[in-house]
Design a protein around this ligand. Sequence first.
Ligand code: NAD
Length: 466
Amino acid sequence: MTTAAADIEIRDPATDEVVGRVRPAGPEQVDDAVGRAVAAGREWARTAPADRAGMVRAAAAAVREVAEELARLNETETGRPFGDGLGGVLAAAGTLEQYAELGPLHRGRSLQGNWSATDLMVPGPRGVVAVITPWNDPVAVAGGLIGAALVTGNTVVHKPSERCPHLGRRFADLVASFLPDGVLTVVDGAGPTGALLSAHAGIDVVAHVGSIAAGRAIAEAAAGTGAKVLLENGGNDPLIVDAGVDPEWAAGQVALGSYANGGQVCVSVERVYCHAAVAEEFLAALAEEATRWVYRPSAEGEKALGPLVDRRQREHVHSHVAEALRAGAVAHVGGAIPAGAGAFYPATVLSGCTPEMRILREETFGPVAPVRVVDSFEQALAEAIDDPHGLAATVLTPDMAHAQEAWRALPVGTVKVNAAFGGAPGGAAQPRGLSGTGFGYGPELLDEMTTTKVVHIEPCPTLHGR
Ligand code: NAD
């Protein structure tokens, strides 16, 4: 018998009101979903890539039609400001469309063997992909992984985050409605349901976007089944402010990198190393800029700061800030939990941060810019590099030699010079260190979702020829 206590309750992080409940899938439901995916896989793998792509393209159009509904649901379940959420939903639709284009073009090679033989390298689907996703950009992340898995002939069991299960289900059910039965199935639940899925013998790939701890547990579970693991996990992205930059412009970049989506972006700026030559002006400008990041319900504009995803996340963020303050850091603005309903946390600027503080060593995932003032660019770069994460990094510098040295030396998947965010379409990178493994997006994700077979075909000698 399942009791109501086992249900997961979802609260609107702006008001604390309960906005839904889901019952986590247990072993039977996970078994059932994987069984359906395995059964559907036979026909789906045989379906012409262009036909598969046509279904995914139609699903993308349907997602566009309900984009505002999904963005509102995103705001209600995770607090993400409507405009940001809408951007994420439209990104998901765009990614589904891109994979619908790229899927049929994804191909192998013919080899130069004997005159009478045919030799090929052919990519094929891996089987059933478990797509396990987080809450912080839920639709875009799920859309990319699901799209790439489907167009390459895999079937999918998707477990959206337990913090936005209604959004996850609405999106995935809509996409599934354009596909044959069992090709895309959704299961509800939190870590324990994800663990059942990752350890299931019927799963061939586990694609996880989320925390380092969960990614590690998934890798251990998959080691027991032989499933391939694709991990896009947390980061601790540094940003360097070099001497010679305009302090106000640098402050704007740091604020954008630290406060967008309440600092809950995998590539948020997590630690700032500022050259002493510009530190005073930069800190003053950043403190002023931080005060412009405020909460506006259903805000569409820039600098909209929603609540954090829930009070648990706020406790985590504040524990980093409070520890830094106790150890001697100074809060120029923010740094305290506000009174009232919701999981709000103010845009915060700290200075006096030192390398042993957790706020510089671990992912905070909140609207906090912890600044460490350093004496040279070389010191900034050395401290930025000295970290076990490997997601992304940013360098603000007018010095081309510094930019060149930094992008080559930083042991991360993505480096941005003179812009906190940005990048050309089609770019893809592998995270390093604790931050994960494999291409989680871009055209290369199609390679991750397939496995290559080499084929050698010779004519059969006729009986007469013997
Ligand atoms: P999380 O790992 O707690 O949850 C993500 C998903 O994993 C959820 O669906 C959750 O139920 C599931 N899960 C949790 N424990 C599991 C287990 N033991 N086995 C299987 N599944 C499990 O992460 P989160 O808090 O939802 O997301 C925030 C984190 O995601 C941050 O660390 C952020 O940096 C990271 N993130 C990374 C990227 C990237 O591209 N690298 C993108 C977005 C978010």
